[in-house]
Each structure stands twice: as C-alpha cells, then as structure tokens.
Design a protein around this ligand. Structure first.
Ligand code: HEM
Length: 429
C-alpha cells in the first residue's frame, strides 16, 4: 500500500487511539489513492480495537487544529446513527462544516439539524415521500426511463453519466416538485455549479474563488424555487411545492427559505447519489458477467437484490460526521464532549463481521444490511425508496431494450472524501 504522510499526533485527544503511520484519512492525498489501496487501509483500521483518531491540519492560520475518531465498523456506524442525543448533527455533518453565515443566509439543511427542529421539518417534508406519492411518481419514472432509452438508441451518446445516469434522478425530482420543464435547464446548470466541489481538494488560490461561485449558484437556485413557492401559494396545484408551502391541519408549512433549502438538499442528495450509483452499477455488472447473466435471466426476481448490492459496493456517500454531545463510551472508544466522529459508510459496508466475502459483488446476497442509505436513526435517507425505484426502472428499461449494454473501460472518478463521484463512463450496446 502507498504510504501517505502522517499528520502530527501531538494533539491526540485523551483516550484516543493513534492510527497506523501509513494511513491518514485526514490527508487529502488519501482520497487520491486507488480504490484497492483505500479498501486495504480501511480493512486494517477495522482490525484495530477502538476507532483510530486522525488529526486534521488547521485550515487557516486562525483556526485551531482539530481531529476526528474514524468509525469504520458496521456496529459503530449503526450505534452512532441511532443515538442522536449523543451524536449530534449540528453544527454540520459535512466536511468542511457549512459556515455559520452560510447557514444564516440559506437556511439550515435538515441533515445538519437536531431534534426538535429536525423532527418538525422532517414531518413536513415527509409529505413528499409517502407511499401514495411515491406510487404516483412510478409512472413518471417509467416514462422518463423510456424517453432516456429512446434518446440513447436515437443518438448513441458516448457518456453514460451525462446522457443516462444524471438525467433520470433530476427529471424525477423536478416532476415530483412540479418544476415546469422550461425552468429545468437553468436549475440544472446551477446544481452543477453548486455541487461541483464538495469534498474535493483544490489548489489554495482556487479554494478562495470557487466557494463564492458555488454559493451564488445555490442562491440563484433557491431564488427560483422560492418564486415558484409564492406562485403556488397563490394558485395551488397538486404538486409537492404546493403541498409544502400550504399549511396542513396543524398549521405546519415550509417558509420560502426552508423550501429553497429543502429543494437544494433534494437535488444535491438525490441527483448526485443516484447518478453515481447508476454508473457504478453498470460498471459492476460489466465487470461481473456471471452476475449480469443472473440479472438478465430474471429481472423481476433479481432487480431488488442487484440494486442493494450495487449500493453496498459503490456506497455513493463515503462519510458524514457527528459531534459528541456528552462524554461517551462507544465500544472500546472513550469519546469526549465536543469531539468529532466520522461515519465511514463504505468501510461499514465491507465489514467482514457482517458480510461474508465482503469484496465480492453478489446480487443474490441475503440479507444485505448495508449502510449506503445511512445507519438508521432519525436522519436515515428519506429518498431511499425513491432511489431504489428509479434504479430498478432504469436498469429494467436499459437491459430489456439493450441487452448488450456494457461499460467500456473504467469510470473516470473524481477524487473526493465525500462521495464516490463518477465524472464519466463510456458505454456501448
Ligand atoms: C443511491 C442514492 C442515495 C444514497 C446512497 C443516499 C444516501 C443518503 C445518506 C447516507 C444519508 C444520511 C443518512 C444519515 O445521516 O443517517 C441521506 C440522507 C438524506 N437523503 Fe439520501 N441517498 C440517496 C438518494 C436520495 C434521494 C433520491 C433523495 C430524495 C429525492 C434523498 C434525500 C435525502 C434526504 C432528504 C436526506 C436527509 C434526511 C434527514 O436528515 O432527515 N436521497 N441519504
């Protein structure tokens, strides 16, 4: 395995377990290692007793050095996810945390809230994900999948990511929300700007300029959605924006600012993740012809298992973090109030204590208690049923009409500590 420089251990917190010298999850260089090298490092970390502690370099001269305990085992990620009174989501679950002024300006994303604020917001936005609403979008999903495959056959594009994988989740979320077709291209352009650089290490000079661009894109996108919210409050229709801005029987509704924040979250959480999962899935099925043959022989019987195994192997979201609210013992780890823990979903999904032959891609795996959608608890992915449905509909349409469909070469990956992002994937049929 490639050795990456180890950051200073001087400030290891009380009771923290030092990481092996050759592994540094806080070093951006780690996320540029190959997938096999990263997997080997996580396998080593899982063998340690308590979670290892990593020191982060100060991000500016004015910021103190910080660090995190890496939760790499399935049981630890589940425990932290399901004990929200100890493992808090405020002030932020992403790295870096959103700045306070950004949160004040754009409103808090629900992933960064704790109860009771989180529960209140989740109750309102759950209206978008009732089984009745999901069943209603089923026809939409099928129609979008059909149109995408029509276009693929007509235009024979090269890149699976832009022409197939990104298109479906974006169109589905827009039609669920009730975004008119003519406003979608402008919104998509802003989404791409806003999410382009999450978790990606950039040269220092560009680091200063690009967040400004991303935030301006976010502001424009939220502005467009807030305008729609105002229109719908005046003239409601049967779409989701109307449902969210009009108060229910208990008087609960979203403000325009909350509507903008929720829509941004849906796009960033629901488009990127599903798109990356779809692309990784095509590549996995190409690399494992035996599994592909199993799926094609019985799509109805195998699609559910295939989708969950793709999510397990690809783990579109690598990590979220939590802040420890009170001194706490997790397994053999002593955690102090105020410390950070990082939940590494991909590592949990390869925990040999839970999964037999964890490195095998096996669409018949049962049970498959992967943590690709989170470890359970109050923040468990709201869109999991929708994502599963979209992936099944698209693969069904693709493999039924184009049974020779395969990826060509490997995916072009974007090195990131946040998500397993695929920039492009060539394909043929
Ligand atoms: C393959 C696709 C997807 C993956 C892998 C994924 C993964 C995740 C993960 C890991 C979390 C955090 C869970 C936690 O902290 O416990 C999350 C939260 C969330 N996801 Fe997804 N997601 C996917 C698709 C979607 C879609 C399609 C939507 C909506 C359209 C969506 C909406 C959300 C929302 C709203 C949250 C925040 C829930 C909360 O904080 O209460 N996700 N997702």
């Amino acid at each position: 395995m490639v050795t990456v420089p180890r950051s200073k251990k001087a400030s290891l917190s009380r009771g923290a377990q030092a990481a092996p010298d050759s592994i540094d999850l806080a070093d951006p260089g780690f996320w540029r290692l190959s997938a096999a090298e990263q997997a080997a490092a996580f396998a080593r970390l899982r063998q340690l007793g308590p979670p290892a502690y990593f020191v982060e370099r100060p991000r500016s001269l004015f910021r103190a050095e910080r660090g995190f305990h890496a939760l790499v085992r399935h049981a630890d990620v589940v425990a932290a996810s399901r004990t929200p009174e100890v493992f808090r989501s405020a002030p932020g679950v992403t790295t870096p945390e959103p700045a306070r002024w950004v949160r004040a300006l754009f409103g808090d994303s629900m992933v960064n809230l704790d109860d009771p604020g989180h529960a209140r917001l989740r109750r309102v936005v759950s209206r978008a994900f009732t089984p009745r609403l999901i069943a209603r979008v089923e026809d939409d999903i099928r129609a979008v999948a059909e149109r995408i495959v029509d276009d693929v056959i007509a235009h024979r594009p090269d890149d699976f990511v832009t022409s197939v994988a990104a298109e479906l989740p974006f169109q589905v979320i827009c039609s669920m929300m009730g975004i008119p077709e003519d406003r979608r291209p402008a919104i998509l352009a802003e989404v791409n700007h806003a999410s382009e650089h999450t978790g990606v290490q950039r040269p220092f000079r560009r680091r200063i300029r690009l967040p400004g661009r991303g935030l301006r894109a976010l502001a424009r996108m939220q502005g467009m959605v807030a305008d729609l919210g105002r229109e719908r409050r005046r003239r409601p229709t049967d779409d989701l924006i109307s449902a969210l801005v009009i108060a229910d029987v208990d008087g609960r509704a979203l403000s325009y600012r909350q509507l903008g924040a929720f829509f941004s979250l849906l796009l960033v959480a629901g488009v990127e993740t599903t798109r990356n999962a779809l692309a990784h899935g095509l590549h996995l099925l190409t690399e494992h012809p035996d599994q592909r043959a199993l799926l094609l022989a019985d799509p109805d019987g195998r699609l559910d298992g295939a989708v969950d195994e793709i999510i397990r192997c690809a783990t579109p979201i690598i990590q979220f973090r939590r802040t420890v609210a009170t001194d706490h013992t997790l397994g053999r780890a002593q955690l102090a109030r105020g410390e950070k823990v990082v939940l590494f979903y991909g590592s949990a999904n390869r925990d040999e204590e839970v999964f037999t032959a964890p490195d095998a891609f096996d669409i018949t795996r049962r049970p498959n208690p992967h943590l690709g959608f989170g470890g359970g608890g109050p923040h468990f992915c709201l869109g999991a049923p929708l994502a599963r449905q979209e992936m099944k509909a698209l693969y069904r349409e693709l493999f039924t009409r184009l049974p020779e469909l395969r990826s060509v070469g490997g995916p072009e990956l974007v090195p990131s500590s946040f998500d397993h992002r695929v920039r492009s994937l060539r394909f043929t049929f």
